[in-house]
Design a protein around this ligand. Structure first.
Ligand code: NAI
Length: 411
């Protein structure tokens, strides 16, 4: 099957990639026929950003480019935006949706990187490596097996058995650990991992507890003084999820008392926004606390996986109209449309729009082969496959429908 014709030829579709997103994204656009790609190494701000966005159809960014409403207004041709990262707070999501712009991200491309770091930190904790390393740096030779253990045969407790938790489970079992876990959803246990009915039952039975829950009202302060007290004396804690999940002061106290034998923490309630901002945290200076600057997912492999994930979503949207996994937009999982023509219509979610779209299609003698409708909040998205339509004639009438935000035809 040949690739569809778009409303614009691919070579006229302008792609702007900011903040040095991984080169693989550029390659994917080129391979798909999108040769008009500008790849900027840094973030742009203010007038420079607005100028760069003028005439751009697809934009890719990371966390430092603010796509606020004025930036969206400057990007009058924009059809979609891709955040080459997990967070999407840097984009005005509702405003983007109201301009007919779906926003994509890559929530799980760094799963393996986080899971590997957690296993590494577990080894470091069980062998007290950081304290011994710091002592060696200071000229102090602490050669002792006292308190040092293998992971093999120990019980790992996983809280949150989603993408990362379940990967940690597989890696830990391959090292001979016993795995128990707690999740609020019924999830499939991998390997020999055993679900536990409550957080507490994981805490009381684990030699190391690792947290892999999202930041939600339910998980804020999930691990406080009572939960730390419920852990086995001398057990370890790893938090590479979100800083809000653990009460930092309570953990500092539990580490000082020795009830928690050691902790490895990658995420904090307050994290510096700029490299020159001081990192302030109650765990600083506590010898049995390993602190890493939110690098769980930061690997070259993850950057490449993110590039593939987000670039593929942007290309799929351009080619088929699929909005699968868009964070701000009605989701339609669409395959390529083959030999028919596809009409994409994005509008304010108001009664009567669908009927008017169909009236226009009928007036242009387009025979409807299939139709998909999805709404989310204030936005509606209708995709209609028709046998044939003259886009040059039909698009102005489709765009004239009251409430229309955007319309496109794929041949
Ligand atoms: P996910 O959404 O795949 O899995 C989260 C799991 O936690 C789900 O199965 C959910 O049902 C469960 N859950 C939610 N509330 C719970 C509760 N109160 N008790 C028990 N289980 C609960 O998420 P994923 O991708 O595994 O990420 C987990 C965490 O890791 C997130 O907080 C994410 O922000 C963080 N993360 C940290 C990174 C780092 O650099 N340190 C990088 C990537 C993700």
């Amino acid at each position: 099957m040949s690739a569809p014709r778009l409303t614009l030829p691919r070579t006229n579709i302008r792609v702007l990639l900011l903040e040095g997103v991984h080169e693989r994204a550029v390659e994917l656009f080129h391979e798909a026929g999108y040769t008009n790609v500008r790849h900027e190494p840094g973030a742009l701000t203010g007038a420079e950003l607005h100028d760069a966005l003028a005439g751009v159809h697809l934009v890719g960014l990371r966390s430092r480019t603010m796509i606020d409403d004025p930036a969206l207004a400057a990007a009058a041709r924009l059809i979609a935006a891709g955040c080459f990262c997990i967070g999407t707070n840097q984009v005005a999501l509702d405003e983007a949706a109201l301009r007919g712009v779906p926003v994509f991200n890559a929530p799980h491309s760094n799963t393996r990187s986080v899971a590997e770091l957690v296993i590494g930190l577990a080894v470091m904790l069980f062998r007290d490596v950081f304290r011994k390393s710091n002592a060696a740096h200071a000229g102090d030779w602490q050669k002792s097996a006292e308190g040092a253990h293998e992971l093999r045969g120990r019980t790992l407790g996983i809280v949150g058995y989603g993408h990362i938790g379940s990967q940690v489970s597989v890696l830990a079992e391959s090292l001979g650990m016993r795995v128990v876990f707690h999740d609020i959803r019924p999830v499939l246990a991998l390997g020999n991992a055993r679900p536990r009915p409550s957080l507490r039952s994981v805490l009381v039975s684990s030699d190391l507890v690792t947290l892999h829950v999202p930041d939600t009202p339910l998980t804020r302060g999930l691990i406080g003084a009572p939960e730390l007290a419920a852990m086995k004396p001398g057990a370890y804690l790893v938090n590479a999820s979100r800083g809000s999940v653990v009460d930092g002061e309570a953990l500092a106290a539990a580490l000082r008392s020795g009830h928690v034998g050691g902790a490895a923490v990658d995420v904090f309630a307050r994290e510096p926004k700029q490299p020159d901002e001081e990192f302030v945290n109650p765990l600083r200076g506590i010898p049995n606390a390993i602190l890493t600057p939110h690098v769980g997912g930061s690997t070259q492999e993850a950057q490449e996986a993110i590039a593939v994930d987000v670039a593929s979503k942007l290309i799929a949207y351009s080619e088929t109209g699929a909005t699968t996994a868009a964070v701000n937009f009605p989701q339609l999982n669409l395959e390529a449309h083959g030999d028919c023509h596809r009409v994409l219509h994005i509008h304010r979610n108001e009664p009567g729009v669908l009927a008017q779209i169909n009236e226009v299609l009928s007036a242009h003698d387009a025979n409807i082969l299939g139709q998909h409708l999805q709404t989310q909040g204030s936005v509606g998205y209708v995709v209609t496959d028709v046998d044939e339509i003259d886009a040059a004639e039909a698009l102005p009438t489709l765009r004239a429908i009251e409430g229309t935000l955007r319309a496109r035809v794929l041949y």
